[in-house]
Every structure is written in C-alpha cells, then in structure tokens.
Design a binder for this molecule. Structure first.
Ligand SMILES: Nc1ncnc2c1ncn2[C@@H]1O[C@H](COP(=O)(O)OP(=O)(O)OP(=O)(O)O)[C@@H](O)[C@H]1O
Length: 467
C-alpha cells in the first residue's frame, strides 16, 4: 500500500470517526509497511497504540480490506524517536485483530456502510413468511431437529440452552429458525424475540464500535428474551466478534434466556472458532439435520406443488415427474424447489403439461449439475450381488431369464440414476443396441406396477446405491 492510498483511507476514516477522534487518534498514525498481511503503523506513544488498537483497529482493518488491500492484522510500533520508548519497538496489536486468517479478515470487512442499520432497529429483523412449521415437511432426516424446534417454540421454561441446529447447505436450518420465531411471536407476544444472521451480528458490532456505541449494543442484545443467530460459523476467525458473541451469550444464559443457533457443521468441527465458544455451544442440545432422503424430497416436492397450484391451478403434472426429480436432485432442497418453480413457470409459458419431456428440456442444466456420482459399473456390480449372479452374466450375451431380468433392472437403474444416454448404456452392457436398453427400461417400468417383487427389488437396489 502506498502512502497516498493511506492518505485517502484516512479521509474516509475522518468521515466515520468525526473530526475530534480523527485529530487525536488517526491523524498521528504513520503508515510504515504492509508485509505478509500485517499493516504496520508507528504511533507516538505506547498508550496511543493500545487505545487505537482497542477502539479503531477493526475499523481500520475494515477500511484497508475494503479498499482492496489484503490485511490480516494491524501492528503498532512506537516511533523510534518517541520520548516514551526511545530505542525499542513495541507491537501493540490487540487480541481482537491478532491471528486472524486472511480469508476471515477479508470477509469480516465485507460490510459497507449501507449494510448497517440503526442500532436501535434490532427488533425488526425480517422473517420469511413462507418459513413456518406448517410448510416444513418432516421426515426421518430432520425429525429430531423438528421436534426440538417445536419444543423451543412453545416458549415454556428453558430446558436446553442453547439449541444448536446444524446441517449442510439448504437442509432447512433457516426455515426451522424462522418457524420458531413465528410461533413464539404468536404464542408469546410478550417475548422479545430477535433473529439475525451471524453476519448481521458482526456488522452491528462493527457499527457499534465505529459509532462508539458499544453500551447501546450491549444493552440491546442483553435485553432480548430469545436470541437466534443463524450461520454462526461466519464468526469463526473473527476474534473480536467472537469475543463479543461470547459475552452476549453468557449474559443471556445467565438470565435464563433462550438462545438458538444454527451452523453448517457441528460446533466442535467449526475451524477457527474459539474453544470457549465451541464448548458453550455444546452445552445445550445439539441436533443435526441429515441430508434428505428420497421420501423426504418427494414429500417436500408434493408440498410445494400444492403451493404452486394456487398460482397455476390449471397446470397438470404427469405421473412420475416428482419421483424422477426426487431421485435425481439430491443435492439440497433449495435446488429442488428452484427446479419445481422453473418447471411451473416454463409449463405455463408454453401452455404444456409438466411431463418427463418438458422436465428434461427445462431442467437439463440442473439435472446435469446434480448428476449422480453413481456409475454404470457400480450399478452392474450391485445388481449382480443382489441377484447373486456374476458380473459377466449381466454384461454378457446370455438370454436366460435369470440373467435377462437382472440385466433389465440394471439398465433401468442406469437410466434412472445416471445421466448416460441409452446408446451409452447399451455400449456398457456388452455393446447392446439402444433399442434393447429402451425395451429393458420399459419392461421394468411395467413390471414395477404389476409385480411387487420387482418393485421391491428396484427400490432396495436404488436405496443401496444412493446410500
Ligand atoms: N423439510 C423441509 N420442508 C419444506 N421446505 C424445506 C425443508 N427443508 C428445506 N426447505 C426449504 O429449502 C430452502 C432452503 O432451506 P433453508 O434456507 O432453511 O436452508 P439452510 O439449512 O438454512 O441452508 P444454508 O446453510 O444455505 O443457510 C428453503 O426454501 C426451505 O423452505
């Protein structure tokens, strides 16, 4: 970074901290160097270094990173000719800015002034009207999380504190948290319920620091009855935010106020989250949302179809489309929902029924992206094991029924669970023609409706392959 750039940044800081603070604390800072992610400034006295560290370091770090520099921490050195410390140099970097990994520090500075809301508007964190318990579909993978969320939403005596919901992307953590908040708001309007993301928590913290309103910040956060912080992994590596979160957390738990937290992984596995924060999070009830299974995905799709039908009452969905989507899109619920929304919009535009052809056309990219890792070879192996025949018999030319049927089952599964075309599948089954594959797939589709054993075999195999 050049001196000139620091000069420009100082002007920004002037606007933020006001003339008095600027003249006293910022103007005397002399930029020395930026090396290995550490921005070094000289200060006239040790006292001043400490003061600036404690009160303005986050802000300076924020501005530096916002201006495109990559700065992990700030160090203050007492000027060599300073009467206070004539010969030595002192690093006065505060705990709050030390040891921050670069990526975290950069993210921490993503806030822009327009992202800040007035501190006293804390109660107004918006909740998504669609995210209620009514619209949440419960299945095996999320039943425990759902039950815990329901319990907390009753607003009775605090039994487990905090409640931590964790799980992968798009599995319903935010949905459940909003559902709790809605429920509490309707059952216990007397309670002061605050929902916000960990990112918003940090922005407000930085804002409070910047505006020198930490007392207001502390007061506001400590006066809530239920605090919900979404995506807590965001504060990992952001030391000063973590510290403030830790104190807020303790103050609320001491007052027996309910805390609900979500994270993308178990607290113990969040990298760069301080141990004391981890251990606090582990004190209550930690429940995970498992990846969705086929049944849950199908349930969610059926539920969403009902909602779309309100907008598109005339649109029909052909049999098998939802099942196909539930099979093929297993990444996350958000993608599943997006696919359905797109299907409805597309079908209404072209005035067609939502059938398999339209689905394949309209969702080609989504289907490709969520392409299963399941391979043709894997399917062949699983099927041969299941029917207790040799792999070579599945691929080979023998037409005996005891080989032909498993072969057709394998072809059917390849069509369902991989994105291979019929000719490609044919090639991997001993160089068979695509019409043979097509016939095999059709045969199994028919048999699934009339032969309970085949339907069960296919289902068992599909589960084994997806597991
Ligand atoms: N069980 C469910 N029933 C109904 N809808 C669900 C369910 N699970 C997830 N969804 C929907 O999937 C979408 C993504 O869910 P949500 O935003 O709650 O995920 P998340 O776990 O918070 O993900 P992220 O980690 O990305 O924040 C939302 O539209 C939500 O309504």
């Amino acid at each position: 970074m050049t001196q000139e750039k620091w000069g420009q940044l100082r002007q920004k800081l002037l606007k933020t901290v006001g003339q008095n603070n600027y003249s006293t604390w910022i103007e005397p800072l002399e930029f020395q160097e930026l090396h290995d992610g550490v921005a070094v400034f000289t200060v006239p006295t040790n006292f001043m270094g400490n003061y600036v560290s404690q009160n303005f370091a986050d802000l300076i770090l924020y501005e530096l990173n916002s201006s495109g520099e990559s700065v992990q921490r700030i160090a203050f050195r007492v000027a060599a000719n300073s009467p206070a410390r004539p010969a030595s140099t002192t690093k006065a970097a505060p705990r709050s800015t030390e040891d921050k990994p670069a990526a975290a520090a950069q993210t921490e500075t993503r806030a822009t002034s327009s992202a800040f809301e007035p501190l006293d508007s804390l109660q107004a964190a918006p909740l998504d009207a669609r995210f209620t318990f009514d619209s949440f579909v419960v299945g095996k993978p999320n039943e425990l999380a759902h039950a815990a969320a329901r319990r907390v939403s009753e607003g009775g005596p605090v039994t487990f504190n905090p409640l931590v919901l964790y799980g992968g992307v798009g599995l319903g953590k935010t949905h459940l948290m909003h559902a709790i908040a809605w429920e509490l708001k309707s059952k216990r309007p007397d309670l002061n319920v605050l929902y916000l993301s960990a990112e918003q928590f940090m922005y407000r913290f930085v804002q409070a620091l910047r505006e020198r309103r930490m007392m207001d910040f502390k007061h506001l956060f400590r006066s809530v009855d239920v605090l919900m912080v979404d995506d807590v992994q965001f504060i990992a590596g952001k030391d000063s935010t973590q510290e403030e979160f830790f104190h807020t957390f303790n103050a609320l738990v001491d007052q027996n106020k309910q805390i609900i937290i979500s994270a993308d992984r178990a607290p113990g596995e969040i990298k760069d989250l301080e141990d004391r924060v981890k251990s606090r999070l582990q004190c209550g009830l930690v429940v995970d949302l498992h990846p969705t299974d086929y049944e849950l995905r199908l349930g969610i799709l059926q539920n969403k179809v009902q909602q779309h039908k309100i907008t598109y009452p005339d649109l029909e969905i052909a049999d098998g489309v939802l099942e196909f989507l539930a099979h093929r899109i297993s990444t996350n619920v958000r993608v599943l929902e997006g696919a359905l929304t797109r299907l409805f919009a597309f079908a209404s535009l072209v005035g067609r029924e939502i059938d398999m052809d339209l689905t394949q056309d309209c969702l080609a990219d989504v289907l490709r992206a969520s392409e299963r890792k399941i391979t043709v070879e894997e399917i062949q192996r699983k099927v041969s094991d299941y029917y207790n025949i040799r792999l070579s018999d599945i691929i080979g030319p023998k037409r005996l029924r005891s080989y032909a049927r498993p072969r057709q089952v394998a072809m059917y599964l390849c069509k369902q669970l991989t994105s291979r075309s019929l000719p490609e599948i044919g090639r991997r089954f001993g160089g068979r023609d695509h019409t043979t594959v097509m016939h095999g797939v059709k045969r199994i589709e028919e048999l699934k409706l009339t032969d309970g054993q085949i339907a069960e075999d296919v289902e068992m195999l599909r589960r084994a392959l997806e597991a």
